[in-house]
Design a protein around this ligand. Structure first.
Ligand SMILES: Nc1ncnc2c1ncn2[C@@H]1O[C@H](COP(=O)(O)OP(=O)(O)OP(=O)(O)O)[C@@H](O)[C@H]1O
Length: 274
């Protein structure tokens, strides 16, 4: 249960207001963007701020339609949101008046097709998967930031989407919680075989999680390079994968690609001429 996603020559243009004349102008956010995501793959996406990462995710989620080009999932055009895809955002989007368990059940109610008992059981299973069985009866305000994000992940996984789309889901968390949740996510992905597309600003996070890291360039946004990551993440809890020489080499490779994006245009041109 996982899906192949293809983006072909995707462009996205927004109408924005100019600073001076307040006239509407076209702003090209994405142009000529090609990307293939294999079924069951874990792909991370990095790029400078504003390069269009969230825009790409919104398009795959079906929350927006591209101005040009095509997006398909298992060969079928993406025309809107669907139960085959689930999105986890940076902000914990939990219902404050429902417990952790009831928040997960709520998503299953919306999905339909399960009895109350089945929904309860499914919610328990996924809360256990993210290590929150003991906190099922707590309300969001009684949970830490990391716990709330784990409930959001449990909720997304509970209706068994083929594709999990994550937009900087750990951006608001402290470093230790973040690393723990990264390890949990890898374990969950290995168990479920879900296709994961994960956006992050953090190079270490991108290298630790991704089988491939897609590096985007900005203005207009497109895929600049794809870095294949071949790290042994087994037993990641006991072994500090992030401290290995291989990890550092991948990190440097991605860092260099991103660094080039921050070089001012006139210096890039000069480098080109030289
Ligand atoms: N609805 C919109 N209307 C106008 N412009 C938009 C809209 N959505 C995004 N943009 C613009 O498109 C560009 C890409 O935005 P997007 O949020 O995809 O970037 P991002 O790479 O996710 O940024 P960040 O890393 O800062 O979160 C930005 O310049 C943004 O201002």
């Amino acid at each position: 249960m996982s899906s192949r996603i293809e983006l072909r020559d995707v462009g996205q243009t927004f109408l924005v207001r100019g600073n001076d004349d307040r006239q509407l102008r076209e702003f090209v956010a994405l142009e000529g963007l090609d990307l293939d995501i294999a079924a069951g793959e874990f792909l991370t996406v990095v790029g400078p701020s504003g390069c269009g990462k969230s825009t790409v995710l919104d398009l795959i989620a079906g929350l927006a339609r591209p101005t040009s080009g095509s997006l398909t999932i298992d060969g079928t055009p993406i025309t809107g949101p669907g139960l085959d895809r689930s999105v986890v955002f940076q902000q914990y989007t939990l219902l404050p008046w429902r417990t952790a368990q009831a928040n997960v059940e709520f998503a299953l109610e919306a999905r339909g097709g399960l009895s109350k008992a089945q929904r309860q059981e499914r919610a328990q299973t996924y809360l256990e998967l993210v290590g929150l069985s003991e906190f099922a009866g707590r309300y969001p305000h009684e949970l830490s930031g990391g716990m709330k994000q784990r409930v959001a992940i449990a909720r997304s996984l509970s209706y068994q989407p083929e594709v999990l789309l994550m937009d900087e889901p750990y951006g608001a968390l402290d470093a230790q919680t973040r690393e723990r949740l990264q390890e949990e996510l890898v374990a969950i992905w290995q168990r479920t075989g879900t296709t994961v597309v994960f956006i992050t600003h953090d190079i270490d996070e991108a290298v630790f999680l991704g089988q491939r890291v897609a590096v985007m360039s900005g203005r207009p946004g497109r895929i600049k390079a794809i870095v294949d990551i071949d790290l042994d993440r087994s037993g990641a809890g006991d072994r500090d994968v992030r401290a290995t020489a291989e990890f550092a080499a991948y990190r440097h490779q991605v860092w260099t690609l991103l660094r080039e994006e921050h070089v001012p245009a006139h210096r890039k041109e000069a480098a080109h001429v030289a």
